[in-house]
Design a protein around this ligand. Structure first.
Ligand SMILES: C[S@@+](CC[C@H](N)C(=O)[O-])C[C@H]1O[C@@H](n2cnc3c(N)ncnc32)[C@H](O)[C@@H]1O
Length: 294
């Protein structure tokens, strides 16, 4: 394992390099992470259609409590996360990550570019970015606040020049204007406050920097009906069966239903300071990318 291939952690923004070293290439889980894995999941089933500023099920819910519930949930499913992702998306997730990364080759192939993959989880989007960057390309950092998810990212990237940082997306330990590209795949939706998340992404982006938020959408028409049946009935059943816990796979469709519609999300991006914003649907709108430029 290279020196760079370790997890760093810092909770407050600094003017320097990301984070302070927490692990020296360790792939074992901390006692806290082990406890989280055996922790009974805090179900966050929500109620479809509840207006919310972020992943808070109840708009009155404290943001910290909402973030803690999300972190516990992802920590608890980390061991099965990749398997479930591929099974439940019928492997289309790999295509979405690849397609998103390929779009930013103009940044990724620059040796002087800095790229952040936010809410990186077990690192699949980060690895897709790295494949497009190639040797001599951009420096890439993956950040997430769920330690067990990051531990898996570390294991999947042994020998690669990737940096992993344990950090909260709403309070990142990165200097202003540090990154030329920030991506987030299926993570942004889980933030407790979308406006705060967008403002924080905007802060760490360099002038003209780009953001790409890949997430699920809700297709219309016949594909939409089929998709909703799969997403709300089949997926929670299979997800609960394989993961052994019901919460996360009930939470998933509820959180997608609560996520702003494209026009609303684009307006939020503009209000958060992005001078350009656009949406590209993927696969009949099952997923899509919000793109913005600072
Ligand atoms: C559905 S997973 C996506 C992981 C990965 N990007 C992928 O495409 O598979 C969402 C991730 O977002 C992370 N996350 C959610 N809220 C976060 C926050 N406030 N700060 C940092 N990470 C967060 C979770 O810990 C989880 O790993």
């Amino acid at each position: 394992m290279t020196e760079r291939n370790q997890i760093s952690r810092s909770s407050t923004p600094t003017a320097g390099a990301p984070g302070t070293p927490m692990e020296q290439g360790r792939s074992e889980l901390t006692p806290e992470a082990k406890a989280a894995l055996s922790h009974p999941n805090k179900p966050d089933t929500g109620s479809l259609g509840t207006p919310t500023l972020g992943a808070r099920v109840d708009p009155e819910q404290d943001q910290t409590a909402a973030a803690d519930a999300v972190r516990d949930m992802f920590s608890s499913i980390a061991p099965r996360y990749d398997l479930l992702n591929h099974v439940l998306s019928l492997n289309v997730d790999r295509y979405w990550w690849w397609r998103t990364a390929r779009r930013f080759r103009h940044i990724l192939r620059r040796g002087d570019a800095h790229v952040l993959d936010l809410c990186c989880g077990t690192g699949d989007m980060t690895l897709a970015l790295y494949r497009q960057a190639g040797v001599g390309g951009a420096s890439i950092v993956g950040a997430d606040f769920a330690h067990p998810m990051l531990c898996r990212a570390v294991r999947k990237s042994v020998g690669l020049p990737l940096q992993w940082v344990e950090a909260d997306a709403l309070q990142m330990p990165f200097a202003d204007c540090r990154f030329h590209l920030v991506t987030s795949a299926f993570g942004f939706r889980n933030l407790a406050n979308y406006e705060a998340g967008l403002r924080e992404i905007h802060r760490v982006l360099a002038a003209d920097g780009e953001v790409a938020i890949l997430d699920f959408g809700e297709p219309r028409g016949l594909p939409g009906k089929l998709y909703r049946f799969y997403f709300r009935r089949v997926l929670p059943a299979i997800g609960s069966l394989i993961s052994g816990t019901r919460g996360p796979y009930a939470y998933l469709p509820a959180s997608v239903a609560r996520f702003p519609q494209p026009q609303e999300m684009l307006a939020l991006m503009k209000a958060s300071g992005f001078r350009e914003a656009a949406y590209t649907p993927y696969t009949f709108g099952v997923a899509g990318v919000y793109w913005g430029r600072k």
